[in-house]
Structures are given as C-alpha cells and as structure tokens.
Design a binder for this molecule. Structure first.
Ligand code: ADP
Ligand code: MG
Length: 694
C-alpha cells in the first residue's frame, strides 16, 4: 500500500479541486476556505458538477447533506444523482442542490417549549470542510438552520465562534505588527475507546441499550498491575488498528498514534491536529468508522465514557491552540517567554476567560455518560483549573508577585551510559491530573467525554477567548504605548485570575476543599452544571460574540438537560427490565436448586451438614428481597418525575433516581459473586474485559 498515494483518496480535497475545477473557480473557492471570503455563489454550479463527476468516478450514485443536529450525532438523507432526460437517466448535481437542502426540522431537538422554531429547516454547504465519498454516497458537510434563522446544529455556532476569534485575535496581532489574513483555532482530539467481543456484547442488554454496563461485579483482575497502558497489542487488536488506520487515511484523517490505554480492553487513537472545523468533522467520522471497522472484526467499539465500573473511563483530550494563516502559533512561548509580551497577553486572555467562564466550560462537557468519569479514577475532577507547569508557573508567579523571573532552562538528559544518546528534556514535567493543562505550545482540555461532539467544548473555548481578546484590543487600541499597556493588562488579569491556576495534584483529597476556599465551581453532575448556562453573564458572552442569540443559548441548555433526563430514564427502565426478567428469576432458580439439594441431603441423612447451602440461600434470599423492594421504589420514583420540566427533572435524575440505581447495583453485583456461573444471565466483567484474547 502506497500511503502517500492513497491518503485522502475519498476526499474532494485541495489537490482534487485544483485538478477538476477551472482555475478561476478554484481560486475563488480557496479564497473562501483559506481567508474566509464570502462564497461567490455563481461558482456553485461549476463546483457541483466537478464534485459529482469526481464522486461518480469513485462509484457514488447518491449525495447527502451531512450535518450535526443537537442529538450529538451526525445526520444524513441520501438523494441519488439521477434525473430524467426523456426516458433515460442522467447523473446530475446542481449548484442549488450543493448549496442548500431542506430536511424536515421538526424531528430534531430544537429546545422544546421555550423556542419558537418552525418545522422548516435548511442545510447549507460548508465549503471549509471538504466533501468526501463514503459507501457510494457523496457527503457534503453542511450547517443546519431553521426557517427563521436559528441554528439547529453544532456546526454553525462553531463556525461563528471561529469567526469571532479570528476577528478579535487579528485586532490584537495587528497592535503587535503581526498582520495576517486569518487566525484559525486548531484542535487535535485524542480518542479513547474500548473493544469487546461482539458475541459477548450481544448478550448484554445494558451495553446494547445504554452503551454502558448497569451491573457487573469487578473482575479479580482490573488495571492494578498497570500492565495494559502502552502494553503489547494483541494480534486481533493489531489487525483492527491496521484496518482502522487504512480507512481513516483514505478519508484524509491524519491518524498518527495508537496504543493500549490504562484499562483492560481500552485503547486510544490520536490524529495530527487540524483546523477546528475540519477536526470536528473528522472526529465525528472517526467515531463512526471505529464502530464500523470493529464490526468487520466481530468486535464492538464502545465509545461510552464509562462502560465499566471500577476501571478507567474514556475521555477525549482536546488539544487546542490558535495560529495564523502564515503558521504563527499564538501559544508558542518561544525561547524567552518572559520577553514575549504578545505571548504573555494571549496567555492572560486564556487564563482570564477560563476563570470567568469556568461554569460554561464545565457545562460544555457535561453529559450523563461523562458524569461517571469526571472525578473518578484517571479523569480530571469536575473543578476547572489551569496547569501551567514549572516554567510558565514561575513566570506567572514572578509577574503577580513583582519578583524577578529566574528562567528554568531545559536540561539535557542522559542515563549515564556512554553509548546511550543525550536527549533534550522539556523545561516542564507533565501533569495528567489537570483539566486544562498547558503542554508546550497548546492547551489540553481534558474534561471532554469520549463520545462527545468536540464542537461543544470548542464553541465555548473560542467564544470566551475571543471575548477576552476583544476587551484587551479595545483597551490597547486606545493606548499610546502598546507594550507598556499590555504589561499592565497582563499583570492585572493574572492577579485577578490567579485562583484558577493549580499546578499540583488534581486527584488529591486536598484539592476539593482548597478549590472551595478559592471560590471555584465544583458541579459534579450535569443537572448541577448545566443551569449556569441560564445565567445572564453566561448568555451575554455568546450574544456579544455573535455565536448564539439569547434564545439559542437557552434552547441549547434545555436540550442538554433534556438529553440527560432521557438517557437516565432509559437506563433506569433498562435496569428494571433486567432485574425483573433476568436477574430475579435466575437468583430464584439458583436458590431453589440449593433448597432442593438441602432437601435431598436431608433425605439421605438428617445429620449431613448443609451450612454452605443454607448460608448462601439465606444471603441470596435477603438480597433478592431487597432488590425487589428497591426496584419498586425506583419505578415509583420514576413515575413521579415530570420529564418535561427539565430543571427539576434533571435534579431528580441526579439526586433521586441515580442513587436508587446505585443501591440496586450494589446488591445485584454482590449476588453475581454468589450465584453459580451457569445461572448468571449475563457475561461477567471478566468475560467482557478479557474477551479479546488473541
Ligand atoms: P501527548 O503527549 O499528549 O500525546 P502530543 O504532542 O503527541 O502530546 O499531542 C497530542 C495531540 O495534540 C495530537 O493530536 C497533536 O496533533 C495535537 N497538537 C499538537 N500541536 C497542536 C496545536 N498547535 N494545536 C492543536 N493541537 C495540537
Ligand atoms: Mg495528551
């Protein structure tokens, strides 16, 4: 396989555009993509026809507008290229069909009663993300808006947030003599996932309906030997990963790194970063391809944040930076950050915005699945804080405390063996416990869940940083001496937002009380995290930056809560069904068998000891009764929740329903360890986590 040759073979990328479009049209299209010039619609017909011709040569018969509604997934409706000409069929894609589509909007989430959205929705071509051919269809990335112009997807606000940061960052750069055509945000999302054998998966109702196990006693071996992380890849996993890379590369996705993660059966893929907009589309496609390739290998790829209790969950580290069209990375500290005023100003903007808007940043990663992860095991806690590392930490301390900065120079490393090479060491160690860590020339936002659409977090990040830039630019444009005024702003903001910086262990028990003392938010559940989005300050920042209207901001928070409620409702109902139809009968059968055995023993000889059976019978009978009682309680509590009233309903889910579910689970997991293996109705954690053995 010649990778450079086949890379991106399914994508209508720059090279294909150049080859298939007249040069004038090509230039106009690239101007839109690269420097944000408004698309000249007169070229749509020509682009459409070239795209169709190319797609047909790749075996496509259909096209679809591909969009990202508020379900968190992608959506597509396929139309064939076929059009009648006399009684013959020709293949055609018109400029209009490329630019606009009209799916019915009424079946997608729109924010319920508080919004006034109409049923009519439009998809509109997003030329900044390239079209591609997949499974016989030409996929055209689009945005999705309503008849009245409200955004109904994740892509339009993302693009708006990128426009906002482009505009404000350019103002700041200009003051430092760095003019450029465009500032783009860049993202590299590291995707974690689990692989389990398909046969075992199909036997678990909870995995199939909820994406996570609702029951399951811990396997005797979890991740305590620390042997899975970066461990040798099993042949079946190797073969999966090879196939996955091949597929991803054909769609122009720069899959770069692959390795085993901490938990048994857990793995990761990291791509090379790209422009946020394309990175988001690529990540959505990556998740889909991961699942599809798995099925070919009789595996199932689990993208849920916490498929298994007691071992690590899956996240998606969002590496984020900003760079100009001529390649200048705004978060590159350079050799001497202490003298790099522009860098310090950018750093101050990020720190200020993360502190000011920690609530909506936290909310942007909140979901029913991710609630199980934040604060547990490997994941960062639910408290947002910023890690700067030794070097920048010392720099910021010196500014805040008016002290001289003693640069910490990078050292050279050696293992003390003459044959072994001397290697350069970073100026700073890593901190894996921080939710928002500076990692050399980018920030790594680590709170995202593995199945999230990364658009959510990036919409917020881009918006709040754009807002900080705007404030700084307003001030600096009036200043006589930009350098001096910048240093004043840097000092003022770092002092004001110093509390958000935390360079120590984010998992340690000392951090929670310390964070509380600093007045940082600690919203542990989605139900508690999302309502901050209804606060004026948190709505206004979106409105100011032209990312959401007030109605859109409210509608989105409503939908997020609605989604949370629905997921927990499904989980609770699945739990009830599993208990009543599978678990209670299985336990009862096993107890009956033990009773029969006791009776049989007694029939042979009254004195035969039966302690083993009797102890088990009595413990199981007791637990089974408790489980029935709790299941009745769960059903009663569910019936009391008014699902339509999102704020109280989400509170009930978080603080009433989930705790009862937890009580049921504890007992069922205990019973699992006491019932004979043959009787237990589901594959165990051992069966699932160690199902890929070869
Ligand atoms: P790690 O040690 O955390 O794996 P890497 O340097 O390998 O760190 O980077 C992790 C991710 O960060 C990769 O997806 C990489 O492409 C991405 N990345 C690197 N530089 C940038 C940047 N300037 N903007 C956004 N993402 C970046
Ligand atoms: Mg990383």
């Amino acid at each position: 396989m010649n990778i450079p040759e086949t890379f991106g073979e399914n994508v209508f990328n720059d090279q294909v555009q150049k080859e298939t479009l007249p040069s004038e049209v090509y230039k106009l299209l690239r101007a839109t993509i690269e420097s944000g010039k408004t698309l000249d619609v007169s070229i749509a017909g020509t682009v459409a026809s070239a795209m169709k011709k190319w797609a047909v040569s790749k075996g496509a018969t259909h096209y679809t507008h591909w969009f990202q509604p508020l379900t968190g997934l992608t959506a597509e409706k396929h139309d064939s290229f076929i059009e009648p000409e006399g009684d013959k069929a020709i293949m055609r894609l018109t400029g209009k069909s490329l630019i606009v589509g009209e799916p019915d909007a009424s079946s997608f989430p729109s924010g319920g009663s508080r919004a006034t959205y109409m049923a009519r929705g439009y998809t509109a071509w997003d030329p900044t993300s390239p079209a591609f051919v997949k499974e016989g269809t030409l996929y055209i990335p689009t945005v999705f808006v309503s008849y009245t112009g409200e955004t109904l997807d994740k892509k339009s606000p993302l693009l708006r947030s990128m426009t906002a940061i482009d505009k404000q960052a350019k103002r700041v750069l200009k003051l430092f003599g760095k003019e450029c055509k465009k500032v783009s945000t860049t993202v590299g999302p590291e995707q974690e996932y689990f692989l389990v054998d398909e046969e075992e998966y199909l036997k678990r109702k909870d995995l199939r309906l909820c994406g996570r196990t609702l029951f399951g006693a811990k396997a005797s071996r979890g991740q305590e030997l620390e042997d899975h992380y970066f461990g040798m890849l099993k042949p079946r996993v190797v073969s999966y990963m090879q196939d996955l890379d091949k597929e991803l590369w054909s769609y122009g996705i720069f899959s770069k790194t692959k390795h085993n993660e901490v938990a048994p059966a857990q793995h990761e893929m990291a791509p090379i970063f790209g422009t946020t907009n394309v990175a988001v589309d690529n990540n959505m496609l990556t998740m889909e391809i991961m699942k599809k390739v798995a099925l070919k290998h009789h595996l199932v790829c689990l993208l849920h944040e916490k498929p298994f209790e007691g071992v690590n969950g899956s996240g998606k580290h969002n590496n984020w930076s900003m760079s100009t069209d001529d390649g200048y990375n705004l978060l590159n500290p350079g050799e001497n950050p202490e003298n790099n005023t522009l860098f310090k100003l950018v750093l101050a903007a990020v720190i200020k915005s993360v502190d000011d808007y920690q609530g909506i940043l936290r909310a942007s990663v909140a979901s029913a699945g991710n609630d199980h992860r934040l604060g547990a095991d490997e994941a960062p806690p639910a408290i947002v804080s910023v890690y700067l590392g030794d070097q920048l930490g010392a720099l910021v301390d010196s500014i805040v405390n008016d002290k001289d900065y003693v640069p910490k120079t990078a050292q050279k490393g050696s293992i003390g063996v003459p044959e072994s090479p001397i290697f350069p060491k970073d100026a700073t160690d890593r901190n894996r416990t921080s939710p928002f860590a500076f990692t050399g020339n980018k920030f790594e936002f680590r709170m995202l869940g593995s199945q999230a659409n990364v658009a959510d977090a990036n919409i917020v990040l881009n918006t709040i940083v754009a807002d900080a830039f705007e404030g700084f630019a307003d001030e600096l444009e009036k200043a006589k001496d930009v350098e001096k005024a910048s240093n004043e702003i840097i000092k003022r903001e770092l002092k004001a937002h110093y509390r958000i910086i935390f360079n120590e262990d984010g998992y340690g028990p000392a951090w929670e009380p310390e964070a509380a003392r600093r007045g940082l938010l600690n919203n542990k559940t989605t139900a508690d995290a999302v309502p901050v989005c209804f606060e004026d300050k948190n709505i206004e920042v979106f409105v100011r930056q032209g990312v959401y209207t007030k109605e859109e901001a409210i509608a989105r928070a409503d939908i997020q809560l609605e989604n949370y409620i629905k997921i927990i409702n499904i989980e609770a109902k699945t739990m009830v069904e599993m208990v009543r139809r599978d678990i209670l009968p299985a336990v009862s059968d096993f107890v009956a068998e033990l009773c029969t055995n006791v009776a049989a023993k007694k029939a042979v000889c009254e004195e035969l000891p039966c302690i083993a059976e009797k102890e088990t019978i009595s413990a199981l009978a007791q637990l089974n009764d408790e489980v029935v009682g709790l299941t009745n309680k769960l059903e009663g509590a569910l019936a009391d929740v008014d699902l339509a009233d999102v704020v109280p309903a989400s509170q009930a889910m978080a603080h009433v329903i989930l705790p009862i579910m937890d009580d049921i689970r504890r007992r069922v997991d205990k019973m699992e360890t006491m019932v004979a293996a043959d009787y237990w109705p589901y594959p165990t954690y051992f069966d699932l986590l160690y199902s890929v053995n070869n």
